[in-house]
Design a protein around this ligand. Structure first.
Ligand SMILES: [Zn+2]
Length: 509
């Protein structure tokens, strides 16, 4: 919400070009306007999990026990019930997490676009303020090419091991991080970013998630239909197909939980300082909601609602569940304030605000709207051989799906190929949400407005009914878009080799 206090900043910012804005940001972010207190500085561990739907974690009410460790971390810490992603795509969301800016402001509006050179990240600021900074990420195609390795004394991805196109499993990424931390002195505070890829397609977990018996399996399917908006029609009316997809996805979620537990235990033994852990996801996944399997195309709730758990090993925060909406852009100022480097008052240009007052007490609770955006699609994605929706394997049905892992994977692979080939919606999209409503503005298609208290699955479009709530959301959206218009400039693209890798994954700018 624009307040009287920050409106002058907002008006000023709308009159400046992006270069000046970047310079202003740089001044704020580099410490010229920030004085860091260095007496009490915890280690900061940021864990971002790719394609991590909040509603598939136990602490967000899931039926299955997919995340026993993260649940315990949340129970002994703080869980944000309404954390909203900046976008439904990997690089834009991560760049917002690390910079505190909306995607149109930092410049990486989709995978393959670069973070602008004037944008400072939390790693850059912490690295010059006395922190040792290190990142261990699980994919080579996204972060280093976009410029998100900036500010890290150590930045490792599969390419660091000579694997430019590979993906590391959570187990591997965490092992590399543990090995590195074990070699470091702990005379300096540490900022560690861990990115884990496992719940991203193709969903090939070492262990599928399995229900204990048939009764539990039936109860699970009922839960998905009743509580998670699952659409059996998407799965050809076959509960076994629904279970196949969820067993695979949840198996990946469980693998992440196991890896984070291991990381937490090792860091606890290796470091003497207290640590603050922040765990989130970069975006969700369709999993059949809104007739869509993947991410990147839409801004519905299942795409944007991500976990956000904050845990301090020295119990500096009271345990709580916080319903006030939080955004990816809040993580940047929160980490800086925890490090003793508060950025200062919020503005409409600097998208986020520190969550520290909320972490200490939710008395700071207020009504808040979050903002998300999706790249512009100008033409359907190129359809190379990897995106041919026709594959030769016939999909088995019912229990036959479970006769072999090959058959299950063939079914999931067919869904992935079909949806990668159709990962397109013309124009741009912007979402404004709060605890109850969702407004999705689409530049080339009709707008969408949902009241999730009556329609949690976002199926009944109320746009155009001239409600007070929709009008309020539209006013806020207009304010943000005015600011973003100042950031509109041509994107810088990654080099052709990287673009080709992204194209092979179905993410074409
Ligand atoms: Zn992602």
């Amino acid at each position: 919400m624009v307040t009287d206090n920050n409106r002058p900043i907002f008006m000023l910012m709308t009159t400046l070009n992006v270069g000046v804005l970047a310079a202003a940001l740089l001044a704020i972010a580099c410490g010229t306007l920030v004085s860091c207190k260095t007496d009490v500085r915890p280690d900061l561990v940021l864990v971002t999990v790719d394609t991590f739907r909040a509603d598939h974690l136990g602490c967000y009410g899931y039926f299955r026990n997919t995340t026993p460790f993260l649940d315990s971390l949340a129970n002994d810490g703080i869980i944000f019930e309404n954390a909203i992603a900046a976008s439904s795509t990997t690089v834009p969301s991560h760049a917002t997490i690390l910079s505190g800016l909306h995607p149109s402001q930092h410049g990486a509006r989709t995978n393959g676009e670069l973070v602008r050179s004037g944008v400072r990240t939390v790693a850059e600021i912490l690295s010059v303020s006395g922190y040792q900074t290190a990142a261990f990420v699980s994919t080579s195609a996204n972060f280093r090419p976009a410029g998100l390795d900036r500010g890290f004394h150590c930045f490792e991805d599969p390419g660091s091991q000579g694997d430019k196109t590979g993906i590391f499993a959570a187990r591997t990424t965490v092992d590399r991080a543990i090995e590195w931390v074990s070699r470091e002195e702990d005379d300096q505070p540490l900022f560690l970013w861990i990115h884990l890829w496992d719940p991203h397609t193709p969903y090939q977990p070492e262990q599928m998630f399995t229900d204990r018996n048939e009764t539990e399996a039936e109860q699970f399917v009922e839960f998905m239909l009743r509580e998670r908006c699952a659409d059996l029609g998407f799965f050809d009316g076959d509960p076994w197909k629904l279970r196949t997809v969820m067993d695979a996805y949840d198996g990946e979620v469980k693998a992440v939980d196991d890896a984070v537990r291991d990381l937490f235990d090792h860091i606890g033994k290796l470091r003497r300082r207290p640590a603050v852990w922040v765990v989130t996801g970069d975006h969700g996944e369709g999993l059949g909601n809104h007739d869509w399997f993947l991410h990147g195309r839409y801004l519905y709730r299942e795409q944007l609602h991500v976990p956000l758990i904050v845990h301090a090993t020295d119990d500096r925060f009271p345990c709580s569940r916080i319903s006030t909406p939080a955004a990816h852009s809040d993580i940047f100022p929160t980490l800086l304030e925890l490090a003793g480097c508060p950025v200062g008052g919020s503005s409409d240009y600097r998208a986020g605000r520190s969550l520290l007052p909320l972490l200490m007490t939710e008395s700071q609770r207020d009504h808040r709207l979050t903002f998300s955006e999706r790249r512009r699609f100008g033409r359907p994605p190129a359809r190379g051989p990897g995106h041919d929706p026709e594959i030769s394997v016939e999909s088995p049905v019912g229990r036959e799906l479970y006769d072999s892992e090959d058959q299950r994977q063939a079914y999931v692979a067919r869904l992935i190929r079909r949806h990668l080939a159709d990962n397109f919606e013309i124009g741009q999209a912007f979402a404004v949400t709060d605890e109850r409503y969702t407004l999705i503005h689409r530049t080339e298609l009709e707008d969408l407005f949902f009241d999730r208290s009556l329609d949690p699955c976002e199926r009944h479009n109320l746009s155009g009914t001239n409600s007070v709530a929709e009008n309020r959301f539209r006013e806020r959206l207009a304010e943000i878009l005015t600011v973003l218009a100042e950031s509109a400039q041509d994107a810088e693209l990654a080099d052709p080799e990287v673009l080709e890798q992204l194209r092979s994954l179905g993410y074409v700018p």
